[in-house]
Design a protein around this ligand. Structure first.
Ligand code: HEC
Length: 193
């Protein structure tokens, strides 16, 4: 009798867990499919601006572009989708991108998963969390460091770039990365489920 009730308790705990944590879901939910598509669109917009400004004006112009455009690009993608879309990192350049507690935990989990050999290409995490009496679906996907990123986020940043970064972001922490490192993550959320 006793073992029965433990079993029942365990089963209901597990089903509650699987309702709330959709990490590693076998069949992706509609929210996860939407989040993946939004990451592609947002990431594509950012890369486009970065690449064209680097090409036309070099890193100093590109820095200025990132400084003024990253926010509006996130806002545009958020407004058009009804989601809250942004980027965060354990080492931020712009302090307004600093992670909240949930994001810090996920970022540290990503580092652990990477260290255990998992590919960043397919890595993601999603969970439905409670915020007061609302349910919020949250999704994160790591952003790998590519060669292109090192000009402004690497370990050997030029004096010119360092000066400009310091001017715009006196508390910058976002250097010292090498190719393949997790530079940060896309972070998305949707309320009103
Ligand atoms: C021309 C310089 C430059 C290059 C190249 C560059 N970034 Fe950045 N990055 C910036 C600036 C400036 C910010 C701060 C933007 C802001 O104010 O929101 C930033 C912010 C970020 C953030 C948001 C978190 C934070 O630290 O504030 C991530 C993530 C990021 N960059 C990833 C990348 C990746 C990945 C690449 C390569 C594909 C890259 N960056 C290339 C200048 C650059």
């Amino acid at each position: 009798m006793k073992s029965m009730s433990i079993k029942v308790l365990l089963a209901s705990t597990l089903s509650l867990f699987s309702l709330l944590a959709s990490a590693g879901e076998k069949v992706p939910s509609q929210n996860t499919l939407d989040a993946r598509a939004l990451v592609k669109a947002f990431g594509g917009d950012l890369k486009h601006v970065l690449k064209t400004s680097m090409k036309s004006g070099g890193p100093i112009k590109a820095l200025a572009q990132c400084n003024t455009q990253a926010g509006p690009i996130a806002k545009k993608n958020s407004t058009s989708s009804g989601w809250d879309i942004g980027r965060t990192s354990l080492k931020v350049r712009n302090e307004s991108n600093a992670p909240d507690e949930w994001e810090s935990i996920v970022l540290r989990q990503f580092e652990k998963r990477k260290a255990a050999g998992e590919s960043l290409k397919t890595m993601e995490y999603s969970e439905t969390v409670k915020d007061g009496d609302k349910l919020v679906y949250r999704y994160m996907k790591p952003i790998p460091t590519a060669g292109l990123c090192l000009t402004c986020h690497g370990g050997d940043v030029s004096e010119e770039v360092t000066k400009k970064v310091q001017l715009l972001y006196p508390n910058d922490q976002a250097t010292g990365f090498t190719v393949g490192d997790i530079r940060g993550a896309f972070t998305l959320q949707k309320t009103n489920l």
